[in-house]
Design a protein around this ligand. Sequence first.
Ligand SMILES: Nc1ncnc2c1ncn2[C@@H]1O[C@H](COP(=O)(O)OP(=O)(O)OP(=O)(O)O)[C@@H](O)[C@H]1O
Ligand code: SF4
Ligand SMILES: [Mg+2]
Length: 333
Amino acid sequence: MTRLLEVENLTLQFDTDEGRITAVDDVSFSLDAGKVLGLVGESGSGKSVTAKALMKLNAGNAIYGPKSKITLHLDGGPVDVMSLTTAAEMQVVRGGAISMIFQEPMASFAPAITIGDQMVEQLLIHTDMSAKQARELSIEMLNRVGISDASKRFRQYAFELSGGMRQRAMIAMALSTKPKLLIADEPTTALDVTIQAQVIDLMKDLVADFGMGIIFITHDLGVIAQTADHVAVMYLGRLVEQGPVREVIRTPAHPYTQGLLAALPHLDDLDAPLVPVPGDIPSPLERPSGCVFHTRCSKAIAGRCQREVPQFTRVNEGHKVACHLYTSEEVQA
Ligand SMILES: Nc1ncnc2c1ncn2[C@@H]1O[C@H](COP(=O)(O)OP(=O)(O)OP(=O)(O)O)[C@@H](O)[C@H]1O
Ligand code: SF4
Ligand SMILES: [Mg+2]
């Protein structure tokens, strides 16, 4: 297995008018080539800012913790993402080795430039292809993502495509530079269920064909179950559980993961009431002390959970949880 990405002790704060907030708190995870990591958690848990950190795309008010380390293993050797500063250095991670697709595909396309011209321009910037080669590859990629009549679509503008087709065109554009890592930030939320399933199947095929690593971000553990090999569950800036997707879904260890799973509809009993995780995520300006989940946890241990930050504990091979209910041999995150 080839290691593609290592994130170690990532901490990220933002200066806002109301004060400094912690959006990501000491997060560590890794990803191998050819694997899909699902990053799941409620709104505001820090999924997007974690993803953007991998390309140093966060806004100017972002402050990275001094121990934060992001290593991307490329053919030419490891790249220390945190140390990249100049625009030329950033080229390696922005549109080169890493591509990112967003929830709203309209935002990724300039409205007054055709889909094709945008795809070609991107290839001319990031590769040494000729314009002809770039055009051929772009049409091939549109075909590859299942867009029929690709050479016609190539000449159209984003607004002329349906939502599902735009999503596919965005995936085609993101993949045409053959990134080592694809970050898909809620790529299916805006789509209807049939198209969502098609996009998920497509991404799985691409992992198999190109051997790239994918980080798939979503609110929805059901989508993660269909897509990912591993899952990392995030809550208020912290990772609370990570492990092989089947194991985490069958035997969730963290009370928060258990709550997320209980909130999913059960196909075998559609009349059963949904049980949402009780309470709201606290404001990042008022992060709870100790275990950040203690204000919503029905299993909180009085006197301990609000004081001590739980460290990762091994549950099983590759399966870790950060919760005081599991006190056995603590392992490195
Ligand atoms: N530029 C910024 N300045 C200040 N705060 C920010 C900035 N960007 C993000 N945040 C805050 O960081 C926290 C994490 O945001 P993030 O967008 O990563 O959440 P998320 O998990 O992706 O949520 P969603 O599921 O809604 O997309 C939030 O509290 C958000 O308000
Ligand atoms: S550490 Fe305590 S509060 Fe946090 S999830 Fe575990 S039991 Fe609940
Ligand atoms: Mg987000």
